[in-house]
Design a binder for this molecule. Sequence first.
Ligand code: HEM
Length: 165
Amino acid sequence: MTFGSIRVVQAALGVVVLAGTVACGNDSPMSPSAPTLYDKYGGAATVRKVVDDAVVALLADPIQAPFFAGVGQPGNASPERLKSCLRLQFTAVLGGPATYPGRNDQGDMCRDMTSAHATLAITGPVFDRFITDLAAVLKADGVSDADIAMVAPVLVGLKSSIVTR
Ligand code: HEM
């Protein structure tokens, strides 16, 4: 990643903080007549690409990769289950036809964020890094800074369920 693109992501996240500050009422950030971000960016195919790219990015990050070492081990999610649950969740976050937690496209029930991350001892800085990486993936996959700023507060809002240390 170039320093230029880091600045762009930081700028996007700056907007995110602002959006998080103002979007605290009951008003939806999108007007009822606007297409969902899910539809705007190409639906299921785009969600699949974002999730695939996000997992590649997470596993390439020496800080985050160790947290995923148990994926595929007995008692933990398989890589395909993890991706399928992420697809369900991102579909919901982008306003597409899904609710999370719910049943994924493999027919399995996905866990809530507290249950899924309870044993992982994820710290605040690791969570923040995850969000930054995810914002970079969304941007690389064509999502505008303004739209990243719209969805990021939803993900940032999950922090207290995911961070346990
Ligand atoms: C907003 C941030 C995050 C979201 C939306 C998210 C979403 C998810 C989802 C949907 C699952 C699958 C749940 C299931 O199998 O039922 C999951 C599992 C998992 N997540 Fe996250 N996650 C986030 C942050 C993180 C972070 C920061 C880490 C660590 C760096 C992480 C590591 C994991 C691991 C290792 C699993 C598999 C756990 C297992 O198999 O027992 N997640 N996450």
